[in-house]
Design a protein around this ligand. Structure first.
Ligand code: NDP
Length: 234
């Protein structure tokens, strides 16, 4: 049976690969992003800034009105604004925290009621290994992604008896626009990956698909790295 899957940041990169994974399974995919673009085949594609809670609530209402209760939400939208902490501006700090953490909370909150009513569902946050290994220049990003872990684990306990699982997928270095301007640092980082290669967006989509499936109903509050061994399991 076709499930209703909402994915933020589905216009490209990891989010687009996740959307494609569910589309290939015949699911109904609603894609949210700033640009409003999405892989072909998505049932609905809406332009929304996840950091704007009112706009986000409206987008989720539109999705539910069109496609019914949400089975799975993949909270993937994220940005980086790297810089050494001593020189990091307030704007650099706030932009990352408001998109990567505030936006994640708004998305979870907006979609949870539908799952609680149905007494089933999966909430999947796309975190990062950054807070676990520490990355110079990413104090804002690592703080936001660390925040996701506390958010996810608290939500996991709030909704555990309702049949809803809440987990964090923590990618390592993945080949997307986000990492395209790392230059020589990318080669240096990839040489540290035990599996000897940078990850592809499809590497993340596989785990997300599993966490949304009936095969993972007893997994909640977990943080799972997908990083070729870079963090050795966090
Ligand atoms: P990309 O930069 O390729 O894509 C980011 C996506 O997020 C786009 O779809 C973009 O939409 C959307 N987005 C950004 N800001 C907003 C916003 N305010 N409101 C709505 N949508 C927004 O990134 P990745 O695919 O690489 O990253 C996806 C997730 O994976 C992020 O959370 C990232 O932190 C995480 N991650 C990525 C890693 C990597 O190595 N690539 C490593 C670890 C974690 P639009 O195109 O419309 O702007």
């Amino acid at each position: 049976m076709s499930r209703h899957i909402i994915i933020t940041g589905a216009s490209r990169g990891i989010g687009a690969a996740i959307a494609q994974h569910f589309l290939d399974l015949g699911d109904t995919v609603v894609a949210l992003s700033r640009s409003g673009t999405a892989p072909e085949g998505c049932a609905l594609s809406l332009a929304v800034d996840v950091a704007n809670s009112e706009a986000l609530n409206e987008a989720v209402k539109t999705a539910i009105a069109a496609h019914g209760p949400v089975n799975t939400v993949v909270i993937n939208a994220g940005v980086t604004r790297d810089g050494l902490a001593m020189r990091m501006s307030d704007e650099q700090w706030r932009e990352v925290l408001s998109t990567d953490l505030d936006g994640a909370f708004y998305t979870a909150r907006a979609t949870m009621a539908s799952m609680v009513r149905a007494r089933e569902g999966s909430i999947i946050f796309i975190g990062s290994i950054s807070p676990f290994i520490g990355v110079p220049g990413q104090a804002n990003y690592a703080a936001a992604k660390a925040g996701l872990v506390g958010l996810a684990r608290s939500l996991a306990k709030e909704v555990a008896t309702r049949g809803i699982t809440v987990n964090v997928v923590a990618p390592g270095l993945i080949d997307t626009d986000m990492t395209s301007d790392l230059g020589a640092a990318k080669d240096q980082m990839s040489s540290m990956i035990p599996m000897g290669r940078i990850g592809q967006p499809s590497d993340i989509a596989g785990l997300v698909g599993f966490l949304a499936s009936n095969h993972s109903r007893y997994i909640t509050g977990a943080v799972i790295a997908v990083d070729g061994g870079l963090s050795l399991g966090l």
